[in-house]
Each structure stands twice: as structure tokens, then as C-alpha cells.
Design a protein around this ligand. Structure first.
Ligand code: ARG
Length: 481
């Protein structure tokens, strides 16, 4: 994936410099008498954002020129001259030396204009090609690389979750429903829950990737060509797994962008949910984690503050990702076949979504790697005897009582214990010990750490179950490499 920075800043554009406009006529100058209005250019130009696809554009042009040579539409010398010139242009753009002309509407125009300045054969580069199949090719290549890059970062976060889960050993905390303490679970179990969501994200991205991995090059503007093009050859040279079947579909399809944005939005939503938990856990009210200095911020006014900005931004960025997805879907919904300029609106949301997910993954990973789990605070919260109520009911079930009856028996004990206010835990222990169907053995379940170790059902919350799960999680991560 090409980076925007590599392609030089906005200042690389020549503005009104007539010298820089040499060879800078529009691509349609033969058909038009007048020049373009400034307002049209300002609205129409995509160079400021699509220049980051310059490597993909040049790769596409290399494949196209080579194919044209293969089918006899270019001579060997012409192909060689074009390939040389493409090498020069790539180096010029990468180094920031390239001067862009006012008429360089987009990266495709700019590259071809510069190639043609370097060699007359450049004027043949667009043979059998349109910017419509060209831009679709470039964006697919860019998206493939972006998916791979994001996937590496997701795997890294999975590994950090696995490392922290392994380290967590027998630590446990309350599990919540409705944000109310429910049943205690091991910390490893909780961390791995986030890990499995990320593995599904990896699968979603890999699945979307299969549909990105189709070459549209050779579709021309919309209808293919009367020339003897060989789209399979260009597809192979560019490393695509498949070639388009229908030229109309090839140039108008942006499902691959929408799907990628959806997969990235799901990543963002998962990071947001994780972020929200760390916001809660780092609050004084929970106190379950302490953030490292490197991954928290202070307050300009309140000297005592340490804020979980990374976690909050992980939560906040999800809104932006969802916006990009819904924005693109709205752009696509009314479009007739085939290419319409609306489609130029595909790139900015995609680029920003990839940048956003990349930054968020990196920061959240660092925050998670460095934070401290306050396992004593977690355990104290989980050791509330009330959290063992379900275990008491299950104790009665083991002795043969129907679960509904057991629920009622324990519910009545809880209700009575709560009348003791601050001493409710103590009262609960007394009531359980004295109960004819429960007794001292059942009361032992109320002891600190006693209930969590019993939840050993497959995929359950006991530390021993989580240890087995961790092995399966590591295997699942390796299987996705
Ligand atoms: N910059 C354009 C885009 O991003 C390239 C395709 C232009 N095609 C056209 N027929 N004007 O969509």
C-alpha cells in the first residue's frame, strides 16, 4: 500500500506555473474548445487523495504495457521505453521530485502525462485502456495490501491478548450482564473473549479479500475493446487470482470497497467495545486496571487526572468508520451502470478507514501491553457472596432439586440477607449454613475464589477452562497466518 507522504505533499503541485503545465492539456482536449473552469477542477480533481495509489497505478501500467507488447499492439522497443519511463516516474513521485501539473486531474493522468514527456511511446500507453478500468485496478491492488497490513496488526493485538491472558494465570473478576455483577470469571477468559471477536474480524477481512482479488483491467471504459487485449495476462502479472467476467460490472463494481469498509467497521466496533471496558476499568469506581504513563494523558487543569484517551478514541473512532461505510453505501445506491463520477467518492472513506483502524489497533495494542491489572481489586469485587448465588442453585440441582425450585430457594436467601445491609455477605453465609438443603458444604462456595474454579464446562469461565481455551486460541491464531 502506498503512503500519501511518499507521494510528496500538496505543495508538489505546480499551481498556476505555466512552465509546469507543459504537456498538461486535458485528456479530452481534442473534443473541447475551451479549458476547464477553476471550480470544476477544484471539485473534480482527485489527485490530492489518489496520489497515494501511485505505486499501484504504475504497476497497472507496467502490466498493461507488457500485455500490449505481447499481443503486438506495441513493439518491444516501445514497451521497453514505457517501462523505463514508468521506473523514472515512480522514483520521481516517491522522492517528491515530481512536479504535478494543474491539468493532472488524478494520479492516472499525472503518471501518463509524465511518461509521455519522457518517451513518445507514452502516447500509446492508454491503448485499450480507460481510467475506468485503471482506477478500479489501482484501488483493488491498494485494498489488497491494506487488508494484509490491517490483518497483521489485528494478529498482533490477538497475540497481546493471548500473552496477557497467559500472564493472568488464576486471576478472576466479576463478569457482568447489564453492567451488574453477575458471575465471576477468570481474567484470561475475559481477555480471550475479545480475542475471538478479533479472529472473526480476520476471517471477515480474508473473505472480503477474495472478492477484492479480481482484476478489472481490460474492461476498458465499459465495453471491452475491439483490440486483441489479453486481460488474463495483466491479471496474472499483477498477482490477481481472477479476471473479470463482465466489463460493465468490472468498471462499476465497488462492492469490494463497501465490504472492506464493513469489515473495518466491525474491527472498529470491537475496538470500541474493548475501549469502553478499559475506560470503565481504569476509573476509580472500578479500579481494575492502571494505565501506563505512555498510554494515558493528563489534564491541563486538574493535576491529579490520568485519562484513558486511547480507550476513549478507540470508542470514538468507531463512529467515523460507520460513517464511512454508510456514506459509501448511500453513494452507490442509485447509480446506473457503469462508471459514474460519483464513484470517485470511494477512495477517501476507504483510505481514512484504513488509516483509522491502523492507528487505533497500534495504540490499543500498546495500551493493553503496558497496563497493569489490579487483580486484588478485581478479586475483591468478584468475591461478593451474592455473585455465588447461581453456584448455590447449581449445588441444589446436583442434589436433585429442579432448577426453578433451587432458584427460588436461593432467591429467598438473598432477599433475606440483603435486609442486613452492609452485613449482607455475612448474613448470607449464616443462612446458607443453616439451610436444610444447603449447609456448610454449600456455604464454602461463598468463600473467596471458590465459585470461579468450578465453572469448568467447555468454554466456561474457570481458570482451568481458560487455560485449555488459550491453547485453542493460539492454534486458531496460527491457522490464520
Ligand atoms: N479519478 C477518477 C476516479 O477516481 C478516475 C476515473 C475517471 N474516469 C472518468 N471517466 N472520468 O474515479
Amino acid at each position: 500500500m502506498s503512503e500519501a507522504g511518499e507521494a510528496g505533499g500538496e505543495s508538489g503541485r505546480s499551481g498556476g506555473d505555466p512552465a509546469a503545465e507543459a504537456g498538461g492539456a486535458t485528456l479530452w482536449h481534442g473534443r473541447f474548445e475551451g479549458g476547464s473552469a477553476e471550480a470544476l477542477q477544484a471539485l473534480n480533481d482527485s489527485l490530492p487523495f489518489d496520489r497515494r495509489m501511485f505505486r499501484e497505478d504504475i504497476a497497472g501500467s507496467r502490466a498493461h504495457a507488457t500485455m500490449l507488447g505481447h499481443v503486438g499492439l506495441l513493439t518491444g522497443d516501445e514497451v521497453a521505453a514505457i517501462l523505463d519511463a514508468l521506473g523514472v516516474v515512480e522514483a520521481e513521485i516517491a522522492s517528491g521530485e515530481m512536479t504535478f501539473a494543474v491539468s493532472d486531474e488524478d494520479i492516472h493522468t499525472a503518471v501518463e502525462r509524465r511518461v509521455t514527456e519522457l518517451t513518445p511511446a507514452g502516447a500509446k500507453l492508454h491503448t485499450g485502456r480507460s481510467r475506468n478500468d485503471q482506477v478500479a485496478t489501482d484501488l483493488r491492488l491498494w485494498t489488497l495490501a491494506a487488508i494484509d497490513e490491517v490483518s497483521v496488526l489485528i494478529r498482533r493485538l490477538c497475540q497481546t491478548l493471548a500473552d496477557r491472558a497467559a500472564e493472568a494465570d488464576d486471576a478472576y473478576l466479576p463478569g457482568y450482564t447489564h453492567l451488574q455483577r453477575a458471575q465471576s470469571v477468570s481474567l484470561a477468559h475475559h481477555l480471550l473473549a475479545h480475542g475471538w471477536t478479533l479472529l472473526r474480524d480476520l476471517d471477515r477481512l480474508a473473505d472480503a479479500r477474495r472478492r477484492v482479488d479480481v482484476s478489472p483491467l481490460g474492461a476498458g471504459a465499459l465495453a471491452g475493446s475491439s483490440l486483441a487485449l489479453d486481460p488474463t495476462l495483466t491479471a496474472e502479472q499483477l498477482g490477481f487470482s481472477a479476471t473479470f467476467e463482465n466489463s460493465l460490472d468490472a468498471v462499476s463494481d465497488r462492492d469490494f470497497v463497501a465490504e472492506t469498509l464493513f469489515a473495518l467497521s466491525m474491527v472498529g466496533i470491537h475496538l470500541s467495545r474493548m475501549g469502553e471496558e478499559f475506560v470503565l476499568w481504569s476509573s476509580s469506581e472500578f479500579g481494575f486496571v492502571s494505565l501506563s504513563d505512555g498510554f494515558s494523558t493528563g489534564s491541563s487543569m486538574m493535576p491529579q487526572k490520568k485519562n484513558p484517551d486511547v480507550a476513549e478514541l478507540a470508542r470514538g473512532k468507531a463512529g467515523r468508520l460507520i460513517g464511512h461505510l454508510t456514506g459509501l453505501l448511500a453513494t452507490l445506491k442509485g447509480l446506473p451502470l457503469t462508471y459514474n463520477k460519483d464513484l470517485q467518492e470511494d477512495k477517501e472513506p476507504l483510505f481514512d478507514a484504513v488509516d483509522t483502524v491502523r492507528l487505533t489497533l497500534l495504540a490499543l495494542d500498546g495500551m493493553l501491553a503496558e497496563l497493569t491489572f489490579n487483580t486484588e481489586v478485581m478479586a475483591a469485587a468478584a468475591d461478593d457472596p451474592m455473585a455465588a448465588a447461581t453456584d448455590l442453585a447449581e449445588y441444589l440441582v446436583t442434589a436433585g432439586m429442579p432448577f426453578r425450585d433451587a432458584h427460588a430457594v436461593v432467591g429467598a436467601i438473598v432477599r433475606e440477607a440483603l435486609t442486613a445491609g452492609a452485613a449482607a455477605g455475612q448474613k448470607m453465609a449464616e443462612l446458607v449454613t443453616a439451610h436444610v438443603d444447603l449447609g456448610p458444604e454449600a456455604a464454602a462456595l461463598l468463600q473467596p475464589g471458590a465459585s470461579v474454579v468450578r465453572r469448568t464446562s467447555p468454554g466456561g469461565g474457570a481458570p482451568s477452562a481458560a487455560a485449555a481455551q488459550l491453547i485453542r486460541f493460539q492454534e486458531a491464531c496460527s491457522a490464520r497466518k
